[in-house]
Design a protein around this ligand. Structure first.
Ligand SMILES: [Zn+2]
Length: 304
């Protein structure tokens, strides 16, 4: 039995059909964790969908209504770059409930992993880049509203800049936004995070992990959050179809270990959300995400 919880629902699938976003990944990650005996059935918690009142802590009433009623304009669907369906809406409300639950469980256990979510390109009044609502921002606002936390940090290591996160928390001094991403990639307008590390095309393991270690240590010793949300995108991988960095599978595992170990050294719990991952071989994306769970376990059981 794991010393922390994995949060997952079989309704996380975004119902995208033949799309570069492999929305079957959520189910496949769970199957891999079970098949490799890294986790067992008792380690998984099923989330409830977020309440609409929670979603409204971040999003406009107009956007929430359009998503729920299926009344988005064609240009709004085009901007999301995913087909609209009631299943998509159900999935992102559930994934948001999952990120809220991951935050609560991380506060109790030190770590929790939502095997979904990380929709960091969603803005209050529109969606883009495969993201309809911003689960992590909603979770932070929800945990703040119920006084579970005062200050939070987002550590966004998806290959793409966390533009929605940066925009939502731009004038909120209680949330520190840290994004490390490929500079010359989507989104081309990057609203400034509190800390942005812009990486050159083709960045490899060694400079990546060095920059991560230095910047995360510095951010954590100056800001001191009550909780980190770690967006563990699998797309900095060298074989990613939508990414232009050159991390290896081992480099990505080291990235995860650095996040969990640095947070532990500063006594800050970590809630994980998955974010992107578009490797040419779907098995590699699954391996990167499963590796994040493994790295969390290693950091918990091998302190120091
Ligand atoms: Zn991404």
């Amino acid at each position: 039995m794991l010393p922390f919880k994995l949060i997952w629902s079989d309704l996380y699938d975004l119902n995208l059909g033949d799309h570069v976003f492999p929305s079957s990944k959520y189910r496949l990650i769970r199957e891999k964790l079970l098949a490799t005996q890294l986790a067992s059935a008792v380690d998984f918690l099923e989330p409830q969908p977020a309440e609409d009142t929670d979603v409204l802590l971040v999003h406009t009433a107009d956007w929430v209504r359009k998503l729920k009623n299926g009344t988005l304009a064609p240009r709004e669907i085009a901007r999301m770059e995913v087909p609209y369906s009631p299943e998509l809406v159900r999935a992102v409300w559930l994934a948001t409930g999952g990120s809220i639950l991951a935050g609560r469980r991380a506060l109790a256990d030190g770590v929790a992993v939502n095997l979904g979510g990380g929709f960091h390109h969603a803005f209050p009044g529109h969606g883009e880049g495969f993201c309809a609502i911003h689960d992590v921002a909603i979770a932070i606002r929800k945990l703040q509203a119920e006084d579970a936390i005062a200050r939070a940090m987002t550590v966004d290591l998806d290959v793409h800049h966390g533009n929605g996160t940066a925009w939502i928390f731009a004038r909120d001094s209680s949330v520190f936004t840290f994004s490390m991403h490929q500079e010359h990639n989507y989104p081309f307008e990057k609203h400034p995070s509190d800390l942005d590390v812009n990486l050159p095309d083709g960045c490899e393991d060694e400079p990546y992990v060095r920059l991560l270690r230095e910047n995360l240590r510095h951010a954590l010793s100056t800001f001191r959050p009550d909780l980190i949300y770690y967006l563990a995108g699998a797309d900095p991988y060298r074989e990613d179809q939508l990414g232009g960095l050159a991390l290896t599978l081992e480099g990505l595992r080291e990235r995860d270990r650095i996040v969990f170990a640095t947070a532990r050294d500063h006594n800050v719990p970590v809630a994980v959300a998955l974010a992107g991952g578009y490797a040419r071989r779907l098995d590699d994306t699954i391996a990167v995400h499963a590796g994040t769970v493994q790295a969390a376990l290693q950091t918990v059981v091998e302190p120091g």
